[in-house]
Ligand binder design. Structure first.
Ligand code: FMN
Length: 434
């Protein structure tokens, strides 16, 4: 957290943030967001839609910013100097938070019928959108299609989060917390320094992964013993899902091949569900030739039962009648090595990132895996202790590549993903331009 806030401070110091506020219950959170930007040294100006003013008075923002709040396109005084264009030019970054379903739809269709949406059309600056709405409105196909359109244009969508809503519903649609919005923008702006020359569009130069295809695997595999039993592991999928979300936020087209986990796929990410390692391999290979980056986070079982019983295996009758314990042996056979299969491809090989979960000699084992499997990068993490590793536990990463390495200090998995995606992006860009 300390690292993140230092990072955010250097990103926002002296920057001009244009904050667009639209009509939703979460409009009150925009005041907290504004203060966060100010605390980090940014100058903030606010633009409100007419409906937003039904929720929070413009006076609140005027007092906090010490500047007039712009609410109307038909402001004769301001428009003497083409105020809407001036505001678009003034900003270093434009963030709409909360973004209503209505405004998101207007952005998707290029409708410019108020000051806020007109600025969005006139602006070439990085645009961030933090949706906030009822979970049914968020899940509606219309909204999801509009969000997909914005993502394709390289507009970063932050959140929304899950949880209890003002209307009493529970689900996805809550505006992300102000601190999370600030941290996400900071993480993306820091990745912006890397430019991919072939990209185009207003956000392209800031988002080198815009439109790039990223495939991730996540979660455990289940290797069946019989129709009701399986061998598996403790992987929760959280690291892979957090990475998928961050890649989507920087404009990548993300496919997440996931084992059975209790997580919702992040917004805008295409999920392919699998159970066993063989299914995982099939799902990966079906689309691998289209991918630019492959990140293997799944905890794939190294072995599976050599034969799968067709019916539920019964206890040996001799064991039922005997006082002596009877042993049962299950023969295991080796599973395909998915990462090695992908990194060994001769044609259309994506940039390959592996994860090495180790209980000892973390860096040594990871360096061996990097070389043996011909990977572009490997992220080594320690698992197995009480405090770090699987599930909700925080983690630290040693990230290694052929001629370099970096460390990411112990933090939660969302923050790890935020810090790791810029590192992967930088190495990927260095590889494709070398
Ligand atoms: C009490 C109330 C709460 C609302 N909350 C939301 C909301 O959280 N998200 C949303 O998208 N729309 C919400 N709406 C609907 C929007 O205010 C409405 O779609 C409006 O046209 C949005 O205008 P704007 O996008 O120009 O700000 C709410 C409406 C009311 C009356």
């Amino acid at each position: 957290m300390e690292l993140t806030s230092l990072h955010s401070r250097s990103t926002f110091a002296g920057k001009r943030v244009l904050l667009g506020v639209t009509g939703g219950i979460a409009a009150y959170k925009a005041a907290v967001l504004l203060r966060e930007f100010q605390k980090l040294g940014a100058t903030v100006q606010v633009v409100m839609t007419e409906q937003a003013q039904q929720f929070v008075g413009s006076m609140t923002f005027a007092a906090l910013t010490n500047m007039p709040v712009r609410t109307s396109l038909n402001d004769e005084q301001a428009e003497l100097s083409m105020g809407h264009i001036e505001l678009a030019r003034w900003a270093d970054v434009f963030i709409i938070a909360p973004a209503s379903a209505n405004t998101i739809a207007k952005l998707a269709y290029g409708i410019a019928d108020n000051l806020l949406t007109t600025i969005a059309l006139a602006s070439e600056k990085p645009l961030f959108v933090a949706p906030a709405m009822n979970q049914k409105m968020w899940a509606h196909t219309a909204t999801q299609e509009n969000i997909a359109t914005l993502r394709q244009r390289g507009i970063a969508i932050i959140g929304p989060g899950n949880g209890e809503q003002a209307c009493g519903d529970v689900g996805s649609g809550r505006m992300s917390e102000p601190e999370e919005i600030v941290a996400t923008i900071a993480a993306q702006m820091s990745a912006d320094v890397i430019q991919a020359p072939e990209l185009s569009g207003s956000n392209a130069e800031h988002l080198p992964l815009l439109g790039k295809k990223v495939m991730l695997t996540a979660g455990p595999t289940r290797e069946p013993i019989d129709p009701v039993r399986y061998i598996s592991n403790h992987s929760s999928g959280r690291m892979g899902y957090a990475l998928a979300e961050q890649f989507a936020l920087v404009g990548a087209e993300v496919t997440l091949v996931s084992g059975p986990v209790c997580l919702q796929p992040p917004a805008g990410v295409t999920k392919v569900s699998i159970n066993s390692a063989e299914q995982l391999l099939a799902a990966v290979m079906a689309q691998i030739s289209e991918q630019d980056i492959f990140v293997s986070v799944a905890a794939v079982a190294d072995y599976r039962p050599a034969t799968v019983a067709e019916q539920k295996m019964k206890k040996n009758p001799a064991a039922i009648n005997s006082a002596e314990k009877q042993n049962l042996q299950i023969e295991l056979t080796e599973n395909p090595d998915i990462l090695r299969t992908v990194s060994g491809l001769m044609h259309d090989r994506p940039f390959c990132v592996g994860f090495a979960a180790e209980t000892e000699k973390v860096v040594e084992h990871a360096r061996n895996k990097l070389l043996n499997k011909r990977l572009d990068m490997i992220c080594a993490n320690q698992v197995g202790s009480e405090q770090i590793g699987f599930g909700d536990k925080p983690n630290a990463l040693e990230v290694l590549w052929q001629d370099g390495s970096t460390s990411i200090a112990m933090t939660d998995k969302t923050d790890l993903a935020r810090q790791l995606v810029p590192v992967i992006t930088e190495r990927y860009c260095a590889t494709i331009t070398s």
